[in-house]
Design a protein around this ligand. Structure first.
Ligand SMILES: C[S@@+](CC[C@H](N)C(=O)[O-])C[C@H]1O[C@@H](n2cnc3c(N)ncnc32)[C@H](O)[C@@H]1O
Length: 268
């Protein structure tokens, strides 16, 4: 039996826990995380030329773990190119994502422009696992670090995402400040947070110190839209995804970095 390590900080304990469970992560959480990406994606994309969509890069996936978000984007690209995705649950999520993008943007996307993505995570084993699954050029940016001390230069990224990470972070404000520092003016952040671990209002207030145009995405709203959409789903009834949506335990926020706000912010 391993000896307890009372001397470790909260971050170090979390790092060790993810290090130990890294090889089981995808089999336990892939489906639910994919669903979260589908919920957030319409807030992250823009349309450079019809009918392509893009997440503006460079992209930083904070606490990106085993690289599931990148895998999701790859599968979505395949799906849009008309390739068959074997796993039925995943296919259903890709269909939901495509439908939801169509509802919000008014276009039927056919391709996804790939941009440079860096994945950073406190757990080295989560990143190793990402690399063991796909050792290709898309994964050239794997960085082991604590997101309260991001080792990146100011204003480098255009999109920054953090899915189900904040429940692990002791100093929420210093992480938000790091997001603010490393993202370009008018860049987009997309954050999902476990509801039971966070006070949404407090978090929104904190985010609002640094970012603007904060937009919540509520599951209830999405469910309502789907319920009204009868017949518009290609192959599945929208209700087939409703149960999965009800199981999502996060709340979702997107926000933009205002132009020239650095002077107003006192470094923390
Ligand atoms: C629930 S997992 C989510 C992983 C990934 N975002 C996803 O969607 O699958 C939480 C991740 O946050 C990472 N993490 C926890 N605390 C962190 C910190 N202080 N800085 C960076 N990453 C952290 C963990 O190692 C883990 O990979």
């Amino acid at each position: 039996m391993k000896s307890p390590k009372p001397h470790l900080s909260k971050e170090e304990k979390i790092r060790d826990a993810y290090d130990e469970s890294a090889i089981y992560y995808n089999s336990r959480y892939q489906i639910i995380q994919f669903l979260k990406y589908g919920i957030m994606l319409p807030k992250l994309i823009h349309i450079p030329s019809l009918p392509s969509v893009e997440i503006k890069g460079p992209i930083l996936d904070v606490g990106g773990g085993t690289g599931l978000f990148l895998e999701f984007l790859d599968l979505l690209s395949l799906y849009w190119r008309g390739e068959y995705v074997k796993d039925e649950k995943i296919r259903k999520i890709l269909e939901f994502t495509s439908y939801y993008i169509m509802r919000i943007t008014g276009i039927k996307p056919v391709s996804l422009v790939h941009n440079l993505m860096i994945i950073c995570d406190i757990s080295f084993n989560m990143l190793l696992h990402a690399r063991s699954l796909r050792n290709d050029t898309a994964l050239r940016g794997l960085v082991a670090c604590d997101c309260s001390h991001l080792p990146f230069r100011n204003k480098f990224y255009l999109t920054l995402i953090a899915f189900t990470v904040f429940q692990n972070i002791k100093n929420t404000e210093s992480a938000i400040y790091q997001f603010f520092r490393t993202i370009q003016d008018l860049g987009t952040v997309g954050i999902s947070i476990l509801r039971k671990h966070s006070n949404k209002l407090e978090f929104v207030n904190l985010l609002g110190t640094y970012f603007e145009q904060i937009q919540p995405i509520t599951i209830e709203n999405i469910i309502e839209k789907l319920q009204k959409s009868n017949g518009q789903f290609d192959k599945y009834s929208p209700t087939s995804i409703l149960h999965e949506l009800e199981c999502v335990e996060d709340f979702f926020l997107s926000a933009k970095k205002p132009q020239g706000k650095e002077n107003e912010i006192i470094r923390i």
